[in-house]
Design a protein around this ligand. Sequence first.
Ligand code: FAD
Ligand code: DHB
Length: 395
Amino acid sequence: MKTQVGIIGAGPAGLMLAHLLHRRGIESIVLEHRSRRDIEETIRAGVLEQGTVDLMQELGLADRLLAQGQPHHGFELRFGGVSHRVNMSELTGGKHVTVYAQHEVIKDLVGACERRGIPMYFEVSQVSLERVETDPVIRFVRCGDEAPSALHCDFIAGCDGFHGPSRQSIPSQLRTEYRKEYPIGWLGILTQAPPSNAELIYSGHERGFALISTRSPDIQRMYLQVDATDHIDGWSDERIWSELHARLEGTDGFRLTEGPIIQKNIVPMRSFVCDPMQYGRLFLAGDSAHIVPPTGAKGLNLAVSDARVLAEGMVHFYQTNSRALLEDYTDICLRRVWKAQRFSNLMTSMLHRFADHTDYDRKLQLAELGYLTSSSAGITTLAENYVGLPIEWGS
Ligand code: FAD
Ligand code: DHB
């Protein structure tokens, strides 16, 4: 088997790359080790930056997103029992984010691959990368086959998430991995209830962080900070609601609306960056190269901007035979990635409670929140980071 770009992983990074390349006449094949149903049903992110939505629209992938996604022009930071609104649109010259579930994005991208004839193989196993410096080959076993297949390609795009094999193909002595592990996780729920608020609420409370988001007029998404070691079995529905009420309601009359919990799980929290994001003819994109804690809602959006930079580099290569833009891939991506790391770290550290926090640390958090929401410079910083910073092209 042969193609121009072998893409490992059918997440937002891999699927967006496949579409970006297809639009410019470049062939790719997507290899995914989970089933189509599994990737289309896994509940994850929900906030799409303006740039992500614009790109999906440009690629003709946004019909359902524009019909069902909810534009949000502001969000609330809640502390001391009171909400402080960040008016994103007013502070960023009219930009906004769109709340639309990641698994719906995946359904849209997979469906369009099928219609456009972009080949995808699901449930592949034993994926390995060879000769990534010179003439790359991806070996894998197709679902139902016993014998391995070989996919020869000009380039490999490692879009296989944090646990995938691609990153390990960059020799360890040539890569630096920057990491931060947090002693906390997020417990996420989906509940069948009407919205409690018109906009997202990020709450920094004495008892820990809580977040209210939404999916539709009937389904709401909420998150609670828990210990990294907590197991979901220790969190009954009653305990979840009691914590959400305690961390969100205050003296201003805000009330949370309950409903049956239809899904719940706990995800760990980490920060991670791999530098470089490329080696020879292998390029990492998305979570395979970097992870941010979810507090800034940046992970999916970074995956999409990596795909955009990589596609431009590949198009430039096929049009001019020059690798100049591809050589700048890591630098262009990491400029934006580190700024997203910075913002995600800020949001995480000022809104969560940590076991080693002293009264001093708590006072500092409140001062940070107070400053950012009351100064016009501070609140503009929050707004422009939340709607998404531009890609900084150039070496
Ligand atoms: P993934 O989505 O992880 O896709 C990688 C794919 O590769 C997977 O389908 C996997 O099955 C496949 N794969 C792995 N190994 C192999 C292999 N060996 N062979 C073949 N395929 C393989 N981001 C936001 O922007 N906004 C948010 O609001 C937001 N909220 C979040 C909330 C939560 C609770 C969580 C957990 C994450 C959130 N994120 C958010 C982050 C976002 O979900 C990820 O950053 C995003 O999925 C990264 O996309 P990706 O394509 O790089 O990786
Ligand atoms: C959602 C997820 C996030 O990480 C976030 O910061 C805001 C909203 C969500 O799933 O809706």
